[in-house]
Design a protein around this ligand. Structure first.
Ligand SMILES: Nc1ncnc2c1ncn2[C@@H]1O[C@H](COP(=O)(O)OP(=O)(O)OP(=O)(O)O)[C@@H](O)[C@H]1O
Length: 416
């Protein structure tokens, strides 16, 4: 397996100017940080359920996405989490125009892109690129790395005229921490982490402003996941990218996201900053999800409240009336069956000034911290001696098992 050249990972190898045109043009962004670059309103994707072979008759619909709202600010990372089948990938596909929405609006810089076609749509598609989940199946095994990364230039030759493409691709390899000399190799000659770096380089080829990453590290070994997450983090800062980062692993999402949206059965049920969602969740589904996250700190683990949800997630073809979470919710009352809860700041928190004041689609929202904050607990002692307060973690104690390690390896060390 070829090793990466770590000295090249930040693109400044040997003081070379490999970080040239491609990088500069990606970085040249005329958009102010903090402005919403993407506004998603009432996004819906229903797949028809049909019966009959010759004369197909629609008998229902799989409500894969059923009214999703969120904003993405320029330069921001929005994490979207939720169990398998909740509609995360379908949202991602609609954002990059791989699937047409059944309804709703996707505004990119104020323009509803669901109404665009032809050249206008092509220009928008260039600016919103996707990184796929599985680096083993998403790269064509018969194409060289150079052809894979350079493929988008066939559709958008204006970004890289023919004569400059090889150099552009080599710059991109360098940017993602791969040796530019590997340009003629094939995907099977790379490890999983390296293949995902190739996928990321392809995502960057057209100098996009938004990257939609659909479970970009789920198929990788845990040790390699951290490296790829750190790479994405670095690229975002370097190129002022906005990210929609989709995953089911809450720890990884927290590590990379500024804000987090929690999806359940086709809808976002709670959305807020990472602190609001992880430390002050108010929706019972978020609380249940968080209560299942592995806790590295044994003391915190002891105090953690596990919430076991009963029953299965209902089928998206038969979504419950009212609140769609009510069939599994321990708080459900009659109102939950009759009234759809809106994704808004719950009335109970509207006049407060606490982190619980964020959007949550629950009639009976209340704050519940399922994992106690680190450093606030006392270590249980076997004897009756007074319990000393837990020492704050030493700054050089190294990352916790939940915290991905820095994107740094020794020469010769490889992704697996
Ligand atoms: N082309 C399709 N036709 C019919 N149903 C579909 C189609 N694509 C997705 N679905 C259904 O829509 C629902 C949401 O699927 P989606 O792949 O978006 O979920 P997800 O949250 O990304 O799950 P995972 O993490 O497993 O990929 C699922 O019930 C899925 O079976």
């Amino acid at each position: 397996m070829p090793a990466e050249d770590p000295s090249r990972r930040d693109g400044t190898a040997g003081g070379s100017t490999l970080v040239s045109e491609a990088r500069e043009s990606i970085a040249a962004r005329p958009y102010a940080e903090g402005e919403p670059i993407l506004e998603v309103r009432g996004l819906v994707k229903h797949y028809p359920l049909t019966r009959g072979i010759l004369f197909k008759k629609q008998i229902g619909a799989v409500k894969a996405v059923d009214g999703v709202d969120f904003d993405l600010a320029a330069g921001e990372t929005l994490g979207i989490v939720g169990e398998s089948g909740c509609g995360k990938s379908t949202v991602a596909k609609m954002l990059v125009h791989l699937e047409p929405p059944t309804g709703g609006v996707i505004r990119y810089k104020g323009e509803d892109v669901t109404k665009l076609s032809g050249r206008a749509l092509k220009a928008v598609r260039r600016n919103i690129q996707m990184v796929f989940q599985d680096p083993y199946t998403s790269l064509n095994p018969r194409m060289t790395v150079g052809d894979i990364i350079g493929e988008p230039y066939e559709i958008h030759p204006e970004v890289a005229p023919k004569g400059s493409r090889r150099q552009k691709v080599q710059d991109l390899l360098d940017v993602v921490g791969l040796n530019p000399e590997y340009i003629n190799r094939y995907p099977h000659q790379f490890s999983g982490g390296q293949r995902q770096r190739i996928g990321i380089a392809r995502g960057l080829a057209l100098n996009p402003e938004i990257i939609v990453a659909d479970e970009p590290v789920s198929a990788l070994d845990v040790s390699v996941q951290a490296q790829v997450v750190n790479l994405l983090d670095r690229l975002q800062g370097e190129f002022s990218l906005s990210f929609v980062f989709i995953a089911h692993d809450l720890s990884i999402v927290r590590h990379i996201s500024d804000r987090v949206g929690v999806m359940y059965l086709g809808r976002i049920v709670e959305i807020g900053t990472d602190e609001e969602i992880y430390d002050h969740p108010t929706h019972p589904y978020t609380q249940a999800l968080l209560s299942a996250v592995p806790v590295p700190d044994p003391t915190a683990r002891e105090y953690r409240e596990r919430i076991i949800l009963h029953g299965d997630v209902p089928s998206p073809a038969a979504v419950p009336s009212g609140c769609r979470f009510r069939t599994r919710c321990w708080k459900a009352q009659e109102r939950c069956e009759l009234e759809v809860p809106l994704l808004a700041v719950p009335a109970v928190f509207r006049d407060t000034d606490t982190p619980a004041r964020h959007d949550s689609a629950c009639h009976f929202a209340e704050e519940k911290r399922v994992v106690p904050p680190e450093g606030t607990l006392e270590t249980p002692e076997p004897q009756d001696a007074p319990k000393p307060p837990r020492a704050a973690p030493s700054p050089d104690a190294g990352p916790s098992p939940d915290t991905p390690s820095p994107d740094r390896r020794e020469p010769g060390e490889e992704d697996r």
